[in-house]
Design a protein around this ligand. Structure first.
Ligand SMILES: [Zn+2]
Length: 287
């Protein structure tokens, strides 16, 4: 009897442990918010434009800090919505989605924070076919225009954005900042990292704990950019604008006590912005 009980407990702890590695679900108002792991990786501080700044030495004395690629799912009474799609065949977001019990065919809407390869890669099979057969894909109008132009320096990324446009065709829809979609999502201007980089405010009820701010690529080097939001990285297309945006959203999240979710914050990437012990802010993961 006792032995059987222990086996059951061990089984459930292992199951929880296995699940916790690749996905984790949070209650949010009338919905569920699930973090999906695509990749776990270390983030070198050399991607910072000022890796030798005093604050960097204080909060990140080593050369690197844990990083990640995450995606997020919001399961609402109006259907399943996905926020970014990870790397695709080189990541594990598709697997994490399956482990979370979500069939790709049931995803109704996909919201893109921006169109870098580590966010749109999961939209396409290696053959360039749509992975999500029924979903509408939403992207900011200026973001799509940018990646379909000859302005970007990253030509591989242009090719990928064009492949997404071709594969999803009429199911690719643009939004403008300030626009509400489905009653749950508000698209908010967060440009700088890319010209159309967008934060999404998810509202699933009237209370502050019923809301989550998906911040996309606002931050890459944790904890440096929480301690000093003015520090940008090489991936930011407009580093000065990215710094202003980063400060604006960290201030907003701190003032409103919003839960935030970040695509490159170590998994699950869900947590709070709190006053820092050194520097301005620190990231505190949701337990
Ligand atoms: Zn990214």
């Amino acid at each position: 009897m006792k032995k059987a009980l222990i086996s059951v407990l061990v089984f459930f702890s292992l199951a929880l442990f296995a699940g916790a590695q690749n996905f984790k679900t949070y209650a949010i108002g009338d919905s569920e918010f699930t973090a999906l792991s695509d990749s776990v990786r270390m983030q070198a501080k050399s991607v910072l434009l000022q890796p030798d700044a005093e604050i960097v030495k204080k909060v990140l004395p080593g050369d690197e800090t844990p990083g990640a690629i995450n995606g997020y799912v919001l399961k609402t009474p109006q259907g399943i919505m996905l926020f970014d799609t990870g790397l695709g065949a080189n990541g594990s977001l598709w697997k994490s989605l399956k482990e979370a019990g979500i069939d790709a065919k049931l995803v109704r809407r996909i919201f893109l924070t921006h169109m870098h390869g580590d966010h749109i890669g999961g939209l396409l099979t290696p053959e360039g076919k749509p992975v999500f057969e029924k979903a509408m894909v939403y992207v900011n109008d200026q973001e799509l225009e940018f990646w379909l132009s000859d302005k970007p320096a990253n030509k591989d990324n242009i090719r990928m954005a064009k492949a997404v446009k071709e594969a999803y065709d009429a199911r690719l829809e643009t939004f403008v900042w300030g626009q509400g979609i489905t009653g749950y999502i508000t698209a908010m201007e967060a440009k700088g990292h890319t010209p159309g980089h967008t934060a999404f405010l998810l509202k699933c009820g009237p209370e502050i704990q019923d809301q989550i701010l998906v911040v996309g690529d606002l931050v890459h080097v944790i904890p440096v950019q929480f301690a000093d939001p003015s520090l940008s990285v090489r991936y930011d297309i407009d580093p000065a604008e990215a710094a202003v945006t980063r400060k604006k959203y960290l201030d907003l999240a701190f003032a409103n006590k919003y839960r935030i979710a970040g695509m490159h914050i170590p998994f699950t990437g869900v947590g709070y912005v709190q006053k820092g012990d050194i520097g301005e802010y620190k990231f505190v993961p949701e337990q």
